[in-house]
Each structure stands twice: as structure tokens, then as C-alpha cells.
Design a protein around this ligand. Structure first.
Ligand code: AMP
Length: 278
């Protein structure tokens, strides 16, 4: 099987048109710098679809003015090779001008209650950018299934809302967070961490593990669980450590299959996020 590398939306539409009508397309949107986290999404897609499409696009509209858009790691050749080895059918890697052909663009606003807290509060306009590009990509790719990591919990919940609120004919498939040998959630931004930062960063998964254990032992009071987490995170610049439901509303008590613990913290110059789905 040959992996195609397409960059023009029109090229993708031509490819899509010549496919048999019975195909089942799985789509994995990414910003590249692929790691095992991305690969787990690709594997999930390969298992349940006849064709897997991976997009690689560092989306400028989801980066704030002071963020790492220009430094974000880019290596399309390496990523393409990883996709080839993983048996991806199409890598779609457009130019910015192809995804945003106009200076004055349509943009999607997230719901007020979900889109402007946590990541949306710290990263102004972030979810407008995410929802806008994902909507464009879904219209272009027309996937039956679209794969997102639980690592980006708020993003995943907002994409689910995008799909349900706008009646998009695709199913969102959440995939569990993949971790490095030491427990740190895999992220393209982990390369920014110095060895010392990395040691410090491990406080984040440890805090989540401690919270998980306390919940397993019967603790459901979120104030107790948050205090427990805070103890472990001492020394880090914590942006938030919170417990909420799937509408991102803060909760006082944990409910099984309906709660998340969210953490964002800065380690050195790098902001990391991680979470625990309960
Ligand atoms: P990104 O390239 O960072 O935009 O991520 C693309 C997709 O990969 C998103 O759905 C992420 O949630 C997912 N992803 C990133 N890191 C991980 C991870 N460690 N485990 C599982 N999925 C991940």
C-alpha cells in the first residue's frame, strides 16, 4: 500500500471522489511532530476504518500572539515516514493559505461556559482557532470517524459539542492518553523540557496518580482531592488544578464516568497539561 501526500484541498477532494462509496474513513487531525500518542490514534483508526487520513497542520489561529507558533517543531519528512510505516492511506499537509484563503475568515466561537475557562481563559482565542480548523477539516475530509486524545480533555469535549451542535455526520472517538516510560504524558512540546524540567514535570502525573488512588479508596470530596494534588505540585507554577464534569462545570463531589481532574502547570518555560478521566 502506498501512502499519499496531498497538500491542496482540491487534490484531497479528487481523491475522496474516486473512492468507492462503501469506504469507511477514519481521520486523525494533528499538528505533526508525531509521537506514540498520535500513533495510538492512527492505530485505533486503522482498526475500525477502511481508510485512514492524517492531517498535519500547525494551525496558526489557535496560537496566541506570545505562544510558540514559529518555534513549534515541524518535520514533515519524518512525520510522513512515520505515517507510511503505520499504514496511513493519506497524509494531508496543507499550506496556511490553503486552509485560510481569505484575510477575513469565518470563525467558530465555542460555547461561553466551556470555551473561555481553563485553556480557553489562559489562551485567548485558542478554541475559536481549534473549532474553526476542525470544522473546515471535517467538511473537507468527510470522515466517518474522527479521533481525538483524552490528553486534551477540554478540546475533546468541545469537539464533541461542535459535532453535535452542528449536526456533523461524523463520530468522535476519544483515545486514552499515552505516557512515556516515566509517566509523563507524551506531547510534542516535551522536547522543550530540560532534564531538570522533566524531573519537575513528573509531579503532574504523580499528583494525578495520588488523586486516582484516593478516589479508589473512596474519597469523593473534590476539595480534599485538589489539596492532595496541590501538595505534590509544590514548586510548579500551577495555572489550574480543578475537578469538573463533562460540561466543564466545577463539581464538589466526584461521580463515576462523569468527572475529570484537570491540571495545567508551567515547568520552566513550558506549559504542560494533563488530566484524569474518572
Ligand atoms: P496535536 O498534534 O498536539 O494537536 O495532537 C493531535 C491529537 O493527538 C489530539 O487529538 C491530541 O489529543 C492527541 N494526543 C496528543 N498527545 C497525546 C497523548 N499523549 N496520548 C493520546 N493522544 C494524544
Amino acid at each position: 500500500m502506498k501512502t499519499l501526500l496531498l497538500s491542496a484541498p482540491g487534490e484531497f477532494q479528487d481523491y475522496r471522489r474516486q473512492l468507492h462509496k462503501d469506504v469507511c474513513i477514519g481521520f486523525v487531525p494533528t499538528m505533526g511532530a508525531l509521537h506514540e500518542g498520535h500513533l495510538s490514534l492512527i492505530k485505533a483508526s486503522k482498526q475500525n476504518n477502511t481508510h485512514t487520513v492524517v492531517s498535519i497542520f500547525v494551525n496558526p489561529t489557535q496560537f496566541g500572539a506570545n505562544e510558540d507558533f514559529t518555534q513549534y517543531p515541524r518535520d514533515i519528512q519524518k512525520d510522513f515516514k512515520i505515517c507510511q510505516e503505520a499504514g496511513v492511506d493519506v497524509v494531508f499537509a496543507p499550506e496556511i493559505s490553503q486552509m485560510y484563503p481569505n484575510n477575513d475568515e469565518i470563525s467558530i466561537n465555542p460555547p461561553k461556559n466551556m470555551g473561555y475557562i481553563y485553556e480557553g481563559f489562559i489562551r485567548e482565542g485558542h478554541f475559536n482557532g481549534v473549532l474553526t480548523i476542525v470544522l473546515k477539516l471535517i467538511h473537507l475530509i468527510c470522515p466517518h470517524h474522527i479521533y481525538f486524545g483524552q490528553k486534551d480533555a477540554q478540546q475533546l469535549l468541545l469537539i464533541k459539542r461542535l459535532v453535535s451542535d452542528t449536526f456533523l455526520p461524523t463520530k468522535v472517538i476519544p483515545c486514552p492518553t499515552q505516557r512515556d516510560f516515566d509517566g509523563l504524558a507524551l506531547s510534542s512540546r516535551n522536547i522543550y523540557l530540560s532534564p531538570q524540567d522533566r524531573k519537575e514535570a513528573l509531579k503532574i502525573p504523580i499528583a494525578l496518580q495520588n488523586i486516582k488512588k484516593a478516589i479508589q479508596e473512596g474519597e469523593i470530596n473534590t476539595s480534599v482531592l485538589i489539596e492532595l494534588g496541590k501538595k505534590e505540585l509544590k514548586g510548579l507554577e500551577v495555572a489550574y488544578l480543578d475537578a469538573c464534569d463533562y460540561n466543564l462545570v466545577q463539581i464538589q463531589k466526584i461521580r463515576q464516568n462523569a468527572s475529570i481532574i484537570l491540571i495545567a502547570a508551567k515547568v520552566g518555560k513550558t506549559r504542560l497539561i494533563d488530566n484524569l478521566w474518572i
